[in-house]
Design a protein around this ligand. Structure first.
Ligand code: FCB
Length: 479
């Protein structure tokens, strides 16, 4: 790059703190294969549920490839690995613990520890044992007790030395797709909501359905939070327990009109209602005309030791009021998009991190997921660098980000989208189960080894606005 005087300008070197936790993330159902006792397994057998009729089946066969896959983690050089343990495997029938499954996960944790990789254990990542779903999932009155029992089992017999825990992954993604859009178990579709549509006419009825399972989920979280602290405390160990929140940037499609207040209301509910409830103990959410909730949850206040952020993209929000309030979600015009059509918007990571920092000053933050679906790896290396540079900017401005987990270690079963989307640093050939590092895996390793990366000159400077039509700029362009 040449400066104004023609001399070469080097970029700025952005070093991360030496104890920064470089990490990658996966979830059991998406990689292990053969998760036959889970509600998702049943869901996948129903026609029309998964794109192209795919099923998780053997997935990445991770269940049978522990050593090989821990080898991939070593090759990457990560310091931490976020994964989930599958309740449906550990307790396939109520009260029946599968000793072989316990031993399997125990071995996984030991392999990680032997490799010097710290586990970050997720207890619930979208799936339930079939029997819990049959009783009502998070709406079942016994779910808190059962989840606590499961949590105690995982701590005592599988990961007694793990420091970092996520109780539940993305509560609102999980519940909205299951109870409003009907795309995932239990498949409840609210009025005015087309399953795959980005354009919704949500009603009080459809949004109101979220509340009972959300309250059940939060109560179960409280029990798991307390159990982990009690068990660890009794041994003189420290644990840190949080959730992984899916944060999105909501920008108005048009800055004026109703789009702006609607985008702000969505931000308030989607991004902050759950984290705020974990601080105040009261679940509050309001969207004009659609939702007005205030529910105290006993014991909830102060049950978040770190703020887990899953960040992927932004939405452009538009409102229309013909025949009730309609909510439109679109992708920014002209934006870079990934294989799933999601905008690749690295600056959004900085924005959500500064949002967390402003609302929860001093609370440690962990990037529990960030990545992109990019089969050819054309976007991922640059997207990875840009997200990390924006993360670093948030660090410099005071956000206490302690780690970054890239989603994902390898390609895997992307829920209702099936095997199409490719999120992996390692490509998986599902016919042979061969894992092959993409260029972005090498890029991530280079960053981890050097502890930082170079910020190109001009990084983050927005491009100049286009000239006004018919103005001076126009004349300059005409000939
Ligand atoms: C997140 C999920 C994760 C994966 C990524 C792409 O919402 O937590 O399991 O599907 O999206």
């Amino acid at each position: 790059v040449l400066g104004p005087a023609g001399e070469a300008r080097a970029g700025e070197l952005r070093q991360f703190p030496p104890d920064f936790r470089w990490c990658v993330a996966t979830a059991a159902h998406q990689i292990e294969g053969g998760n036959v006792h889970s509600d998702w397994w049943d869901w996948e057998q129903q026609p029309g549920r998964i794109r192209n009729g795919e099923r998780s089946g053997a997935a990445c066969d991770h269940w049978n490839r522990l050593e090989e896959d821990v080898g991939l983690l070593k090759q990457l050089g990560v310091r931490q690995y976020r994964f989930s343990v599958e309740w449906a495997r550990l307790e396939p029938e109520p009260g029946v613990v599968d000793a072989a499954a316990v031993a399997h996960y125990r071995r996984e944790v030991e392999l990680l520890e032997a490799a010097g990789i710290e586990p970050l254990v997720t207890l619930h990542h979208f799936t339930f044992p079939r029997w819990v779903r049959a009783k009502g999932g998070w709406e079942w009155e016994g779910v808190g007790e059962a989840f606590e029992r499961f949590t105690r089992l995982v701590y005592t017999r599988i990961a007694p030395r793990a420091r970092d825990w996520v109780t539940v992954n993305e509560p609102l993604v999980h519940l909205e797709s299951g109870y409003v859009r009907g795309l995932t178990p239990p498949g409840v579709q609210g009025a005015g909501v087309g399953a795959g549509a980005r354009d919704l006419a949500p009603s009080r009825e459809s949004l109101g359905r979220l509340v009972p399972p959300l309250v059940g989920l939060l109560k179960a979280h409280v029990r798991a939070y307390r159990a982990l602290h009690q068990l660890a405390g009794a041994e003189g160990r420290a644990v840190r327990v949080g959730l992984a929140h899916h944060l999105r940037v909501f920008d108005p499609h048009r800055p004026l009109w109703l789009d702006a207040p609607l985008a702000a209301a969505l931000d308030g509910v989607w991004n902050w209602a759950v984290p705020d409830a974990l601080r105040t103990g009261v679940l509050r959410a309001s969207v004009p005309l659609l939702l007005d909730v205030s529910v105290p949850v006993e014991g909830l206040a102060g049950t978040q030791d770190f703020f887990g952020v899953n960040y992927y993209t932004r939405d452009r929000v538009s409102a229309s009021v013909r025949g009730g309030l309609r909510l439109g979600m679109a992708v920014t015009a002209g934006a870079r998009t990934n294989d799933m059509g999601w905008e690749v918007y690295p600056e959004g990571l900085y924005r959500v991190l500064m949002g967390v920092h402003a609302r929860f000053p001093g609370l440690p933050i962990v990037l529990t997921e960030n990545g992109t679906a990019d089969r050819t790896d054309a976007l991922r290396p640059a997207a990875l660098r840009d997200h990390l540079l924006y993360l670093h900017k948030a660090l410099r401005e005071g956000a206490r980000v302690e780690g970054y987990c890239h989603w994902s270690l390898m390609d895997n079963f992307e829920w209702m989208e099936g095997f199409g989307p490719r999120f992996g640093l390692y490509a998986v050939d599902y016919a042979t189960q061969r894992r092959t590092p993409r260029g972005s895996a090498r890029e991530y390793t280079r960053i981890i080894r050097s502890g930082g990366l170079e910020e190109p000159p001009g990084f983050g400077v927005p491009p100049p606005p286009p000239p006004p039509p018919g103005g001076r700029g126009m004349r300059d362009w005409s000939w």
